[in-house]
Write a protein that binds this ligand. Structure first.
Ligand SMILES: N[C@@H](CCC(=O)N[C@@H](CS)C(=O)NCC(=O)O)C(=O)O
Length: 247
């Protein structure tokens, strides 16, 4: 049995949901409501001690980390391969795996402060319950961010600008790589594109709408639109009912 614990339309959930969709793998989805802090419940922490989604459970094997999960899926279900054949392209794909992991940080700053997100959810709790919810964040950096937001401090303009700059640095890497595209690792659609599309889509919609434009980043915008047009991506990114997403 294959189960995916995920939060619907959050970026890391989309990375793995898209990989499963591309590979046409059936699985049981287990929705974890991160706005209700279900990711920090003791039973979930037994699966993922970092208290984050996604987590894959395959016949009792527990696999964490979205980028690692996608490689595991490609190893275990080789029928529709999503890693390039050539070793050089495969190496480039792995560099994109690292960049995809880095792309989360600027996204977190905006995800935690987004209207209807975890920050808002924490503000609505009474003092004792909120303090307890914050204390349960297993990852120290998240606990620090959450404390700032829940205390009403949020991020100042310099911190928001720094997160935007980090995001734009990543866009610049995408733009350069696509010089020799058509895909991020080279000639083939691969896990590189799958791991990056949720972030570039989020950056374009919410984080860098005035910077990530066809005038400034023509190749990135063309790639974004081309990848988003894939039926598998459309299926994965389409809006979900409120009881199936927190993204
Ligand atoms: N490195 C992890 C990061 C996962 C992650 O941060 N997931 C977010 C949703 S995209 C989450 O679970 N947030 C809830 C929290 O931080 O408590 C991965 O790639 O799987």
């Amino acid at each position: 049995m294959l189960e995916l614990y995920h939060a619907g339309l959050t970026a890391c959930s989309k990375k793995v949901r898209l990989c499963l969709r591309e590979k046409e793998i059936d699985y049981v989805g287990r929705f974890v409501n991160i706005n209700r802090f279900e990711q920090h419940r003791p039973e979930y922490l037994k699966l993922n001690p970092n208290g984050v989604v996604p987590t894959l459970v395959h016949d009792g094997e527990i696999i964490i980390e979205s980028t690692v999960i996608n490689e595991y899926l490609d190893d275990t279900f080789p029928d529709i391969p999503l890693r390039p054949k050539s070793p050089a392209e495969r190496a480039r794909m792995r560099v994109w795996a690292k960049i995809s992991d880095e792309a989360l940080a600027p996204n977190m700053v905006f995800a935690f402060t987004a209207r209807g997100g975890m920050g808002d959810a924490a503000k609505q709790l009474d003092d004792a319950t909120r303090a307890d919810a914050i204390e349960r964040f297993p990852l120290r950096d998240r606990r620090v961010i959450m404390t700032k937001i829940a205390l009403g401090e949020g991020f100042n303009d310099d911190e928001l600008a720094a997160a935007q700059q980090k995001a734009e640095d990543i866009v610049l890497k995408v733009e350069r790589a696509l010089d020799s595209g058509p895909y991020l690792a080279g000639s083939q659609y691969s896990l590189a594109d799958i791991n990056m599309i949720p972030f570039i889509d989020r950056y374009r919609q919410r984080i860098l709408p005035d910077r990530l434009t066809p005038a400034l980043y023509p190749r990135t915008c063309e790639w974004h639109e081309r990848i988003m047009a894939r039926p598998q991506v459309q299926d994965t990114f389409r809006p979900l009912p409120a009881n199936e997403t927190t993204g």
